[in-house]
Ligand binder design. Structure first.
Ligand code: SF4
Length: 390
């Protein structure tokens, strides 16, 4: 590959201020130009010599052009996310690190769950095939526009993780980021999705050939604020609002939720915030220094405060938890007690739709539930039970 003359002209123009991207360094010094890549170093070059050396380091130059000219925005969430997409080291401007650290420009360290950042030559090889990343239920592929003779220009494809092996011809193809908002509105069963980060995103669609800016916009339509919060966390300035401070600033009908007992807050987090229910990684706790003993999840993007869905549900639980407990007497066989456990478990795991009518061995089978109701409910439709602690 030959580097375009215009790119070399641009790079030379910037050399006096110093160029430094992904291991490529160009400076203008008293004795001429200095050029360094991770593998080579030249000093005292005149302009022609510099141009020839840069031409030989074509991958570094086209990589510089893409990040400097096409993406720009040093220190922004958009740039950091696009670099994460292709497993590029995250420069200090992205991470906010004062010193060399994980995913720094030098490529040292490993801050991404066992995946080392790739240096330019390895990344160029990988981008020819496409580099795949997962963001919740989104599968993102970063690739070169021109695979045979890459000039550094990248595009991005996006589809549901479950469609990774589906032919593009079998998917509905989109290119406008705003279409993602519509696709994220209902689940596969046509039910409204109040929580956009619930793992209920339906598949069957694809966005292909997106620019970097359009990719970030599309991701943000699917999962609002996830890129910004991920970036804040990366820079060490995610402002977390814990449960108690969130609850105490509520007004109106939600004013009561700060009365929810601490143990109930943990049950609530276990009910709503684990990976099977929400793909955000819960970073909020009961209060600063008082962590909930519940798994917060493993997703790449953090949850910085209890969301409106959790706040609304907390209002109901606050009312329920204010009730007194009583002792009841009811007659059930051991199998019926076990069946109640199976029923609650099936509803909690959203499994009831999967239980076939013929599967009467499952306690949550519809006929089994109807049988139990016929046997143990009274004429009013209530479970026959007697309060014994009046
Ligand atoms: S509060 Fe819980 S359910 Fe709501 S977005 Fe955060 S992790 Fe998800």
């Amino acid at each position: 590959m030959t580097v375009a003359t215009a790119d070399l002209d641009d790079l030379l123009e910037r050399a006096s201020a110093g160029v430094s991207v992904d291991g490529l360094r160009v400076e203008e010094a008293d004795d001429g130009y200095r050029l360094a890549t991770p593998d080579d170093e030249w000093t005292g070059l005149d302009e022609d010599e510099l141009r020839r050396a840069l031409d030989a380091a074509d991958e570094y130059v086209t990589n510089w052009r893409y990040w400097q000219e096409r993406v720009g925005g040093e220190g922004t969430a958009r740039r950091a996310f696009l670099r994460w997409c292709e497993r590029a080291p995250l420069a200090d401007a992205e991470t906010g690190n004062a010193t060399t650290g994980p995913w720094s420009e030098s490529g040292e360290g490993d801050a991404d769950a066992g995946e080392d950042p790739l240096a330019v030559p390895e990344r160029y090889d990988a981008l020819r095939d496409g580099i795949d990343r997962e963001w919740g239920q989104l599968s993102i592929t970063a690739r070169f526009v021109d695979v045979d003779d890459p000039d550094g220009e990248r595009v991005y494809d996006l589809w549901h993780v479950d469609d990774a092996d589906t032919d593009l011809a079998d998917l509905e193809v989109y290119d406008d980021p705003r279409d993602a908002r519509e696709l994220a509105t209902y689940d596969g069963g046509g039910r409204y999705r109040p929580l956009k980060t619930a793992p209920t995103l339906p598949g069957g669609w694809a966005f292909t050939g997106l620019s970097g800016g359009d990719l970030v916009e599309t991701v943000e339509f699917f999962y609002p604020a996830t890129v910004a919060n991920w970036h804040r966390e990366l820079r060490g300035n995610l402002d977390v609002d814990h449960w108690l401070e969130t609850a105490e600033r509520q007004t109106g009908i939600y004013d009561v939720i700060d009365e929810l007992p601490r143990e109930a807050v943990a049950w609530m987090a276990e009910a709503c915030c684990v990976d099977s229910q929400c793909l955000r990684r819960r970073e909020w706790e009961y209060e600063e220094g008082d962590d909930l003993d519940v798994d917060g999840g493993d997703g790449p993007f953090p949850c910085r405060e209890p969301c409106s869905l959790v706040v609304a549900a907390a209002r109901k639980w606050t009312t329920l938890e204010s009730e007194e407990e009583h002792t009841y007497e009811l007659e059930l066989t051991t199998s019926e007690i076990n069946q109640l456990t199976e029923l609650i478990d099936a509803v909690a795991e959203g499994r009831t739709d999967e239980i076939r009518e013929a599967d009467v061995y499952d306690g949550a089978n519809r006929y089994r539930a109807r049988y139990l109701r016929a046997k143990r409910f009274d004429d009013e439709g209530d479970l026959e039970a007697t309060k014994v602690d009046d």
